[in-house]
Design a protein around this ligand. Structure first.
Ligand SMILES: C=CC1=C(C)c2cc3[nH]c(cc4nc(cc5[nH]c(cc1n2)c(C)c5CCC(=O)O)C(CCC(=O)O)=C4C)c(C)c3C=C
Ligand SMILES: [Fe+2]
Ligand SMILES: [Fe+2]
Length: 340
């Protein structure tokens, strides 16, 4: 029997500082996220970051937390429920960090008799700190706990036409009538991650990422963010001059991909962008990084820098047109089980 596991990043159990610390410890001690050798990672994460960040992050989580829990988990559950109505195989969810874990999700499927799983990492673009760590974790769990089951992984879908159509339509519906610029703010990654995961050594984080063809594109997060942006603005018929791409949520002292979202928001008002629309297509579901960092903090930064009207465009969340895309991508992979 077949089944589907939808995997998202995960959130703390609650907004209590100790739960946020436990979550950040698991998240940031992942060597695909902070990719230093264990000793230096532990020094940075457990010796420095975990002293102050949990309290600060807990306050931020409190501002977005709902009666049902973390927005990211609640929305992933909504996607699960809607998808379950459309497909005739069991659908469960699992989070890369904290609960419900990937292991718990697989166990639920196995308890229903599933032996072949389609696992869907809910990230449009490939990154070492997202898609790759999900697959690595799921494989570790499968080998240790469920050696008899097969897992088929859905690959990053940033360039799939059904996804681009869906995202473009969703943005089109939510765009305000008047806007001076549309900003695409993607979650950042340290530049080092891009070099590290480029097996072709052909990306130098320059024009190569915008070229139509470069061997590194399959593993280049930067290219994939540009590609989504270009495809969407083409569908929307927007001129490039009205569009910006920036990268948000950096952590630590490393050089992350530029330009930075916060610095851009602080300065564009003075450059004449008074009415701004902003969208975050690295996330399929709204979460702390969109609801707090962009909608609240980002709005302050924009207004502080002379901007006037800030319009946040929500993620795809549980929109029906997005659930249809999830269904199609899952069914393609479910069908591959018949081919082997
Ligand atoms: C969408 C893709 C994501 C990438 C790429 C990514 C890389 C990445 N993130 C951190 C550090 C943090 N991220 C945090 C929150 C967070 N990150 C993503 C997604 C990506 N991260 C999401 C969906 C969320 C929100 C989780 C939620 O519960 O809503 C946080 C925790 C919050 C905070 O303290 O600010 C950290 C820390 C690194 C270091 C990294 C790549 C190296
Ligand atoms: Fe690149
Ligand atoms: Fe993150």
């Amino acid at each position: 029997m077949k089944g589907i596991l939808l995997v998202n990043l995960g959130s703390p159990r609650s907004t209590a500082v100790k739960d946020v610390r436990e979550y950040l410890d698991e998240f940031l001690m992942d060597e695909k996220v902070i990719d230093y050798r264990w000793f230096f990672r532990a020094l940075l994460v457990q010796g420095i970051i975990l002293n102050t960040r949990p309290a600060k992050s807990a306050e931020a989580y409190k501002t977005v937390w709902t009666d049902e829990g973390s927005p990211l988990i609640v929305i992933t559950q909504k996607i699960q429920k809607k998808l379950q109505k459309l497909v005739d195989v069991p659908v469960e969810i699992g989070m890369r960090y904290a609960q419900p874990s990937i292991e718990a999700g697989i166990q639920k499927l196995v308890d229903q008799g599933v032996t072949e799983i389609v696992l869907f990492p809910l990230y449009p673009q490939y990154a070492m700190s997202t898609t790759e760590t999900v697959i690595e974790k799921a494989e570790e769990v499968r080998k240790k706990k469920f050696p008899g089951i097969k897992i088929n992984y859905i690959q990053p879908f940033y360039n799939r036409e059904i996804y681009i159509d869906c995202l473009a339509e969703s943005i089109r519906e939510k765009l305000p009538e008047n806007f001076d610029a549309l900003q695409f703010s993607y979650h950042g990654v340290p530049e080092r991650h891009i070099y590290k995961t480029d097996p072709t050594n052909t990306c130098n984080l320059n024009d190569c990422c915008s070229r139509e063809n470069n061997p590194s594109h399959q593993f280049c997060y930067r290219h994939q963010c540009f590609d989504v942006t270009n495809s969407v603005i083409k569908k929307l018929g927007l001129p490039k001059e009205k569009v910006m791409v920036t990268f948000q949520s950096r952590l630590g002292k490393d050089k992350w991909m530029e330009p930075y979202t916060d610095e851009t928001l602080e300065t564009i008002g003075k450059k004449g962008v008074k009415n701004l629309a902003i969208v975050c297509p690295a996330f399929v579901s709204d979460c702390l990084e969109t609801l707090e960092e962009i909608s609240v903090e980002g709005k302050h930064q924009f207004e502080h820098g002379g901007g006037e009207n800030f319009h946040y465009i929500p993620c795809l969340n549980d929109e029906d047109r997005w659930i249809d895309v999830v269904k199609i991508l899952c069914e393609e992979k479910l069908n591959e089980f018949y081919l082997v």
